[in-house]
Design a protein around this ligand. Sequence first.
Ligand SMILES: [Zn+2]
Ligand SMILES: [Zn+2]
Length: 273
Amino acid sequence: MNEVAAALFATLFPADCRLCGNPLTNISRLPVCEACLSALHPISGVLCSICGERVEAGFAPVANPEVARCGLCARLEPPFIKAAAYGSYESGLRELIHLLKYEQVRPAANVLGRMLAEAIDNLRPLFGPQPPLVVPVPLHVRKARQRGFNQTELIARAATKRMSTESRLAVAAGVLVRKRETQSQIGLSRHQRRENIRGAFAVAKPDAISGRDVLLVDDVFTTGTTVSECARVLRRAGASKVYVATVARTLKAEAEHALSQAEPEQFAMAAAV
Ligand SMILES: [Zn+2]
Ligand SMILES: [Zn+2]
């Protein structure tokens, strides 16, 4: 890019990176600097082969990482085949998601969509001959109206737009609906969270998913309560298999570490571990 143009742009539209506060020099609709964007990395280490939680060495046998399971998935089979997430829900990635969700910075959906597409690629080897339908976790209609959009649907559409024609998955919004707003999950046990969310979702178009595989998509996998409930509802309505892909995931160690940075769902996470 032309340096003169960039300098002119910075003069005409002075702005700071919304993540680190440094002045922006690049022309972009997303007010986040290159350094902050390139600091966002995928989750590394040995992960639970079902839910994607990090499996610590010494905590569980990780002789065969392909089939490693976290404590929770070892005890109880989740209602989905596998959940994949791009990054850890902390620092930059968390702020980027908040920019979209709470500050309506819509261009953030493109970057988050690229990450979601990567998470989906990790699930592809599991897909059957008929590709799954992408179903975004819905917001309650009141919240969607208040926010102006469902961030998860924007991210899902940005992700599928990046896929080649042969590998492009179809987004089926409106298949799943949120019937009621759920109360805060603060301080609830795993069992209480499930009770809290039970009956919150319903399948509005069972014909669309009957006998089909579904790829459920959400912005963040926190405790898995939401996606598990959605997966159960989808399967009860006739979906064959449910896969889950999210942009970010709370990892146990980070959740404990993040206790001081108040975020409702993470308190619930910490209470459960
Ligand atoms: Zn920055
Ligand atoms: Zn697990």
